[in-house]
Design a protein around this ligand. Structure first.
Ligand code: 13P
Ligand code: SF4
Length: 347
């Protein structure tokens, strides 16, 4: 297969809109959507939670935004909107509901709250963090600002609102190249994901990108040897890597882009065998509706994303917990950083 111009193509391309799942289907139809991943014997244990969630969404005027890493029984049955971080941030602005349940990790819920201060934003488990968000504090960013005066600070959305508030603007893996280019600056600080920054640097050689030593605990574990092994075992396999992977892993792949771009690539190009170098549920969610595509492992689980379950989503809607709030002293500045990102045009 032809090597696709990796980050350039992916990160400046028009970002796939979030998928809106059509209104609730009858339970047997919902089971048909996930039958490849949920054994028939397990369905009776899941169905009552699904029914309850569908009812509670109507009663609470609630919507569920789910990240692409959510398990198929969440992604394909109860979610109203699914997508990558950028799409979820964009969709958060447009939802017409009183309550947003974020099936994802805390920084995603916080971003939804920043963009919807008057809505109730819930996350079913407050412990759903992110190793990147944990790798940097607002104090660290103030230190960088002092050390590199005048250098714009681009902060990955995988950070706390306090860190965003100290930044000039945000980016996601879906728009990072476009965001860096939009600044027209000779030097840019891109924090906290070292590998994302290095992957972007390869596409924007005219800008000096300074970074931070934060890593995604899921993607940092992939190695170029993993890719070579899989290519040896499956000659002709298409390899697609998330840009949070180390640059030598991205260099060994055929395409790299945000989770939505990875999905689009597979659905449009329809390779017969593919390995998604990312979180395991991605392959399951695509495979559920594309039985003709064979997904080869390796993949790694994100323990934070996997804190979401049908039972805690149900509890979240029943009890309206856990509500995500943002310190008013920093909310305006953090929101501005996200809004500046949303204003950057992607091709
Ligand atoms: P995306 O923005 O590509 O969905 O990535 C979010 C994330 O946390 C990947 O690990
Ligand atoms: Fe964070 Fe990595 Fe999990 Fe994404 S996969 S939420 S970057 S720890």
């Amino acid at each position: 297969m032809l090597k696709v111009s990796i980050m350039e193509d992916a990160m400046t391309a028009t970002v796939a809109p979030a998928a809106r799942i059509p209104g609730a289907l009858p339970l047997p139809d919902l089971y048909a959507r996930v039958s490849r991943h949920v054994p028939a014997i397990e369905w009776p244990a899941l169905a009552p939670d699904i029914e309850a969630i569908l009812r509670l969404k109507r009663e609470r005027n609630a919507v569920i935004l789910a990240h692409n890493y959510q398990a198929p029984e969440i992604f394909h049955t109860v979610a109203d909107i699914v997508g990558d971080s950028l799409a979820l941030a964009r969709e958060a602005v447009t939802v017409d509901a009183d309550v947003i349940v974020l099936a994802g990790v805390h920084f995603m819920a916080e971003t939804a709250k920043l963009l919807n201060p008057s809505k109730t934003v819930l996350i079913p488990d407050m412990g759903a963090g992110c190793s990147l968000a944990d790798s940097i504090t607002a104090e660290d960013v103030r230190g960088l600002r002092k050390k590199y005066p005048g250098v714009p600070i681009v902060t990955y959305v995988n950070t706390s609102a306090a860190v965003k508030a100290e930044s000039d603007l945000c980016c996601t893996s879906g728009n990072a190249v476009a965001v860096v280019r939009s600044l027209n600056a000779p030097r840019v600080l891109m924090i906290p994901d070292e590998f994302l920054a290095q992957n972007v640097q390869a596409e924007v050689p005219d800008v000096e990108i300074l970074t931070w030593a934060g890593h995604c605990e899921v993607h940092e574990r992939f190695t170029p040897a993993d890719i070579r092994d899989v290519r040896e075992s499956y000659p002709g396999v298409t390899v697609i890597a998330h840009p949070e992977c180390p640059p030598d892993v991205v260099a060994e792949s055929d395409f790299s882009g945000s989770t939505a771009m990875m999905m689009d690539f597979v659905v449009q190009k329809r390779p017969s065998q593919v390995v998604l170098v990312t979180e395991c549920s991605m392959a399951d969610n695509i495979a559920a509706q594309n039985p003709d595509i064979e997904f080869i492992k390796p993949c790694n689980m994100c323990p934070h994303m996997k804190r979401m379950s049908l039972s805690n989503i149900r509890r979240s809607l029943e009890t309206l917990t856990h509500e995500v709030t943002v310190d008013p002293a920093l909310a305006d500045r953090a929101r501005a950083a996200v809004e500046r990102m949303l204003a950057v045009r992607t091709r």
